[in-house]
Design a protein around this ligand. Sequence first.
Ligand SMILES: Nc1ncnc2c1ncn2[C@@H]1O[C@H](COP(=O)(O)OP(=O)(O)OP(=O)(O)O)[C@@H](O)[C@H]1O
Ligand SMILES: [Mg+2]
Length: 395
Amino acid sequence: MRKSEEGADGVALAGIVKSFGATRVLDGIDLAIEGGEFLTLVGPSGCGKSTLLRIIAGLETADGGTVAIGGRRVDHLRPDERDVAMVFQSYALYPHMTVAGNIATPLELRRLTLAERLPLVRHLSPRRPRVMRGIMAEVRAVAETLQIGHLLDRRPAQLSGGQRQRVALGRAMVRRPRVFLMDEPLSNLDAALRVHMRSELAELHARLGITFVYVTHDQVEAMTMSSRVALMDRGRILQLGTPSDLYDHPATLAVARFIGSPPINLIEGESDGAGGVRIDGARLPIAQGVAGGTRVTVGIRPEALHPAPPRHDGPVLRARLKRAENLGAEWLLHAILPDSAGTAVVARITAAEHEAAQRAGLIGEELALAVSASGMHLFGADGARIAVRRLAGAA
Ligand SMILES: Nc1ncnc2c1ncn2[C@@H]1O[C@H](COP(=O)(O)OP(=O)(O)OP(=O)(O)O)[C@@H](O)[C@H]1O
Ligand SMILES: [Mg+2]
């Protein structure tokens, strides 16, 4: 397999626009995907992810803009001339062929003439047996990589979902693409298998060293596998960055809302003009330089809320506990803020912290939630992030 030290090919998109009829589905996409990276396009249903991937593959033509792979424009090239491989949500395996036959097909199409592939006539070709031996050796190598070497004689109907998924990956891998494109390849698998295949795909990416462009609407998939994530909404890229960039420094309220599970807590407030935000009778010292009376939204990650001891000297929210959910290693405390129009919030704490807080009598029907500064974000009325300045003492 091609290794990254050879210099994997990146993908550069500039000014990509696409409409279907009167509907603009891609609204000027600029994206430089580096050679060898695992980039995920994530976003809500209908935001244009698949359309963008199909434009890279050449299965769809953009109305404007350019696509380059490995520094060369490919806009004028047919899909099979672009050296990319695409794996879809529906694996589209040939049901009448064995696993070996399915994986071998792209190589047979490439290396055998039409006559050499026709039933009856093909046996007349003197070179066919040699070419097929070479193809089967490559098929076996790819199948070993994917741990489906023992399944080569089965048909798709005799495989599990995860095994079928690996056959589809194998069929894409034998072509030794410069770029691997995947559109929700795990969405037909059950939850446990999806988690397992996530790490397999990440390992496969590391081993092949080629560029992966991966589409999903599942933010957990995006966060766990990718070197960088492009979060899309309505045909635009809202933010491009590493998973931690998006989680720790969301550029807009929309990004903050989309990334994170359970989702970020959002509380409406108002700047007091003296470096604080008033929410829920509490004052959060996070709005340095924001004019008094400015409406803001405070975003607090669930892990930044903790049951507060009685004389806690940082900011505290008064809450009413609705439900405590035991996740094993963690607890989710579902509460509402009575002073803040009953805004619902979730605190996420470790099992050990939960036990200690229980013992100290901190978790009752009423509880105080301490807010740690590191998980707080501030957004203006336009949804843009306001730089948060942390003051000493607001730990
Ligand atoms: N061939 C087509 N003709 C008309 N409209 C289309 C076509 N393909 C896609 N669309 C529309 O373009 C928009 C973007 O579709 P796309 O498939 O790219 O979304 P997506 O982000 O992949 O969504 P999902 O997560 O549901 O797969 C949608 O509103 C869709 O209805
Ligand atoms: Mg799609």
